[in-house]
Design a protein around this ligand. Structure first.
Ligand SMILES: [Zn+2]
Ligand SMILES: [Zn+2]
Length: 294
């Protein structure tokens, strides 16, 4: 995404990447050769022109490129995902979560203490929805229109959101849902699942009309109201769930990241060396004690 710190060359490159249609390019006068300004595409800019700004949802500014992205068959970007989450948050203020998915990149999601709904990014190219609504403590439901298992990186993100102090495991409950056709509509399924959960529906029991999901989302943004996506009742009778138990450790309550860990000789709990600031040369110290046991 474009930002103020980018060079003109980078901004131009950005402009080419993020404005998908020629129509958009022609309808705007964003490259003003005489002034050299292309601030119109700047995400943080207050100088966004009317032509490029499509609308504002909560704190999210959507651009005409986002509208084109929804209209065409493109993969939804994080701005569109968060705008949908913001609509849901406005309509369902009692539901926790619905945080900006961009926070996943910096590991700065707020810890969730109440039942929540959250859209997450899987490996940089796929959107999924997780929720703890109607889930027993220590567990989380995962709704993924490609029915993939969580990557190690995503397990860390989920553990971070839950931050389970009194559990030794997280139980990941992969709920089998409708499989998406093609590879670009995962964002729509993730939003549709989040919306269903906010409305107390189970996404696993819904068969979404994939061909009109983009239309539905566009209308939701225009109306500033996101209603459940058009669907039929799924023919699937019983809900199929694949459970995966993931051990969590340390003060951070996250799984083994593959990095170095150290064992407390008293409580026998493992800690990530980075979390307890243990330097490499004392990893094999036999009587290391954690902060609680010290
Ligand atoms: Zn840790
Ligand atoms: Zn200890």
């Amino acid at each position: 995404m474009c930002n103020k710190s980018m060079s003109m060359q980078e901004k131009l490159y950005c402009l080419l990447i993020y404005l998908p249609s020629l129509e958009d390019l022609l309808n705007t006068s964003m490259i003003v050769a005489t002034t050299g300004t292309i601030d119109v595409l700047d995400d943080n800019s207050s100088t966004c022109t009317k032509v490029d700004c499509w609308m504002t949802i909560g704190s999210t500014q959507l651009y005409s490129s986002d509208r084109s992205c929804i209209r065409s068959s493109e993969w939804l970007n994080d701005r569109v995902i968060f705008a949908a989450e913001e609509l849901l948050k406005q309509q369902h203020p009692h539901i926790s979560g619905l945080q900006n998915p961009i926070l996943q990149l910096t590991g700065s999601f707020e810890i969730m203490k109440k039942p929540f709904v959250q859209i997450l990014n899987h490996a940089g190219n796929h959107w999924i929805t997780i929720s703890t609504i109607d889930c027993e403590p220590g567990s989380v439901f995962i709704f993924d229109s490609m029915n993939l298992l969580l990557t190690k990186e995503l397990q860390m993100v989920v553990a971070d959101l839950l931050h389970l102090q009194d559990h030794q495991h997280i139980v990941l409950k992969h709920v089998k849902m409708q499989y998406q056709i093609g590879s670009n509509d995962c964002g729509l399924f993730a939003i549709a699942s989040a919306c269903a959960l906010c409305n107390e529906f189970n996404p696993a029991k819904m068969k979404f009309e994939q061909s009109i999901m983009r239309q539905h989302l566009l209308k939701a943004f225009q109306d500033k109201e996101l209603t459940p996506f058009p669907h039929k009742k799924s023919r699937q009778q019983a809900i199929s769930i694949i459970e995966k138990k993931v051990r969590i450790y340390c003060i951070c309550r996250k799984p083994d990241s593959g990095g170095k860990m150290i064992l407390c000789s008293n409580c026998k709990e493992w800690f990530h060396c980075a979390c307890v600031k243990v330097v490499d040369n004392i990893i094999f110290e036999s009587n290391w004690l954690c902060d609680v046991c010290r």
